[in-house]
Design a binder for this molecule. Structure first.
Ligand SMILES: *Cc1c(COP(=O)(O)O)cnc(C)c1O
Length: 650
């Protein structure tokens, strides 16, 4: 039991930061202001997120809203590059770092442009993994030396496009994932008389750790094995094209949890590098792939969502390991490339979700008294309740007894109802009394000082008594990784954080899917199945912020229940503005019509079908023609509405 209800000191915004572990995952960007609102701080200004949401609502933006804080994205790009710069200076590394942004993490044009803009002083490039991504990335290579790394298995069209990029003098490097890809590239380059360059993804024996461990190691989908690499070298020598081999690459998988597995992989790839150099192969670039992790919740612990290193430690580990192996073999230091995606984009977007209602188990009123002719089972339950309500000091054994009494009576009520001896109203009353007893017992348990080990039935009370908070969003659209792989995202109320949260709730979404809920939370509690929040007040909006949503989530979201894309707002910090920000762009969410078109329903056909039904009813006299056409208009009007909950102002 960690709850302590005897504290008399006032709850402060700082207490909320601790409760929601904000210093762990917030990375200095997210804090709680004195007004109890979550704030985001960038170089430019500090912005009150609740204020941003209010501004958007005033401008007619509908929930859920994904807010992109472009300055946070900018800040992360700078942070990554500076970390490598520092490591290079600190360790006297004799070459440079060159980051490339893997656009699959978030392909949105504004995101890619912001990354390129922030990374321009550092020569930041791009990475693509498919044909469509290649098409999008190629025209963004402003300078000739800007890198474009092409991963993924490539077809003839992609190979031709890559060669075209090289012909135009751009620094495009296709990475060979399979041996036959290498043969295809060389054949096409000979045919077009282009001196191509390429890299090789090596299948290392080191596997990552964590959820994406299979991306590296013997079981990985992609990569050229060591025997194939030897064959490839022989082939190049025979063609006298050793000069084309420019880059070595590996990718351990996303969210590397343990820095040791990274070091091991870097050591292994550098060993390959020095041996290739030794054989006269002029490899210039060593690409350590993605995998730089983000701390979603846990501290530096061996927790599923945690990583055991900082951004700086990651950069130091890469630079130092490469340097050590190179120096040992007198090999020149290569240009270091990393393909960090998650670590750049995760922080910058916040999903804002509106709460629609809070549901809790029905209890009896505090002054409840049964009627004289009430059923015995109701009287018994009332007696148990009065007993524990009147006592202020009960020990564990007495609380257990009270709970057993109530549970037994509730079971009895169920049985009586089954045989027809109890009315619906009496059964309802019995249930409400039962929940009142449970709530009281639970409250007294939490108030007990000692760290008692509780009997399982009392331990389970927390779960049974938890509230349900209905939220206007879809887990499948906006937090796919939560549903698919149990990824936890920090969720924090955007307001009232200067008040102690007095409710524990499970967040459920709008989909008709029992999986459509958030089942695990980032919190200081031992029990992470619930979220601490405040009781909702009538006519007072209560918004929740889902943080670290910028990597993978919005781009992988699906269309379960046809909810679709959420509204989006791009916000910039500006200390010249009164509120410290301005809204640069608003992209409305998907409409009903857009979503239906995806599954081949089209307005014309639906309208005419509905029209036919209504006409039949007019013809047979069920409704008047005027009413009939009103109903049709009402049906048609919904096509342009957004798919999420639409609030009707009376
Ligand atoms: C997905 C991927 C990345 C990005 O990984 P993050 O963990 O997001 O940094 C980088 N490189 C390759 C080859 C990838 O497949």
């Amino acid at each position: 039991m960690t709850h302590n209800t005897t504290t008399s000191t006032r709850w402060t915004p700082y207490d909320s930061e601790v409760q929601y572990l904000m210093s762990t995952w917030g990375d200095g960007y997210f804090t709680v202001g004195d007004n109890g609102h979550v704030a985001v701080t960038t170089r430019e200004a500090t912005m009150d997120i609740r204020r941003v949401v209010d501004t958007l609502v005033e401008r007619g933006v509908t929930f859920p809203i994904l807010i992109r804080f472009q300055d946070v994205l900018h800040g992360r790009v700078v942070q990554l590059n500076e970390a490598f710069r520092d490591a290079i200076t600190e360790l006297s590394y004799e070459n440079t770092y060159n980051g490339v942004y893997p656009i699959k993490v978030n392909q949105l044009h504004e995101v890619v442009e912001e990354v390129l803009d922030a990374g321009r002083p550092y020569g930041m490039g791009l990475e693509c993994g498919s044909k469509a991504e290649l098409i999008a990335a190629l025209p963004h290579l402003e300078r000739d030396d800007t890198l474009l790394i092409c991963n993924g298995y490539k077809d003839q069209t992609s190979v031709d496009l890559i060669l075209t990029g090289q012909l135009l003098g751009k620094n495009v490097i296709p990475v060979m994932e399979k041996y036959d890809e290498f043969l295809a590239l060389m054949a096409a380059s000979r045919q077009r008389h282009i001196d191509t360059q390429f890299g090789v993804r090596v299948r290392l024996t080191t596997a990552g750790a964590g959820k994406w461990a299979d991306s590296g190691g013997d079981l990985s989908k992609f990569g050229i094995s060591i025997p194939e690499l030897v064959r490839l070298m022989d082939q190049l020598k025979e063609w006298d094209r050793m000069d084309a081999f420019k880059l070595l690459h590996f990718h351990l998988g996303s969210q590397i949890s343990d820095i040791r597995s990274l070091k091991k992989a870097v050591k292994e790839i550098t060993q390959v590098y020095v041996q290739l150099r030794d054989r006269g192969c002029p490899v210039e670039y060593l690409d350590v792939g993605g995998g730089l992790g983000v701390n979603y919740g846990a501290s530096y612990a061996s927790d599923d969502d945690g990583i055991n290193y900082s951004l700086q430690e990651y950069a130091n580990a890469v630079v130092q390991t490469i340097k050590e192996v190179c120096d040992m073999h007198n090999a020149p230091h290569p240009v270091i490339i990393s393909e960090s995606g998650r670590a750049l984009t995760a922080h910058h977007s916040v999903l804002v979700v509106n709460t629609l209602g809070m549901y809790r188990k029905d209890e009896v009123e505090p002054d409840f008294a049964p009627q004289d002719d009430a059923h015995q089972v109701v009287l018994d339950l009332t007696e148990t309740l009065s007993w524990i309500t009147s006592e202020t000091e009960l020990d564990l054994a007495q609380l257990l007894e009270a709970f057993h009494d109530a549970a037994g009576k509730r079971q009895e009520a169920d049985t009586l109802f089954g045989f027809g001896y109890l009315s619906l109203e009496e059964k309802a009353l019995a249930e409400r009394l039962y929940w009142s007893v449970c709530r009281r017992v639970n409250r007294m348990l939490h108030a007990m000082d000692e760290e008692e080990v509780l009997p399982p039935e009392l331990e389970a009370l927390d779960t049974h008594l938890v509230d349900q908070c209905l939220c206007d969003f879809s887990v499948f659209q906006s937090a796919l990784d939560h549903w698919a792989i149990g990824q936890r995202f920090p969720i924090v109320p955007l307001q009232r954080l200067d008040e102690e949260p007095d409710r524990r709730a499970v967040l459920v979404d709008l989909t008709c899917d029992s999986d459509g809920k958030v089942s695990s939370y980032v919190s200081a509690n031992d029990d992470r199945r619930f979220m601490d929040m405040h009781a909702l007040r009538p006519n007072e909006p209560y918004y929740l912020g889902f943080f670290l949503m910028g990597a993978y989530q919005d781009i992988m979201g699906d269309t379960h229940n046809l909810f679709g894309r959420v509204s989006e707002a791009h916000v910039y910090a500006d200390d010249q503005e009164e509120d410290g920000f301005y809204v640069e762009k608003i992209i409305p969410g998907t409409t009903v019509q857009d979503m239906l078109a995806l599954v081949q329903y089209f307005p014309q056909d639906l309208h005419s079908r509905m029209n036919k039904i209504i006409r039949t009813k007019i013809d047979d006299g069920t409704i008047r023609p005027k009413r009939g056409f009103e109903l049709l208009e009402q049906y048609k009007a919904v096509f342009n509405q957004h798919t999420y909950y639409t609030r009707h102002d009376p």
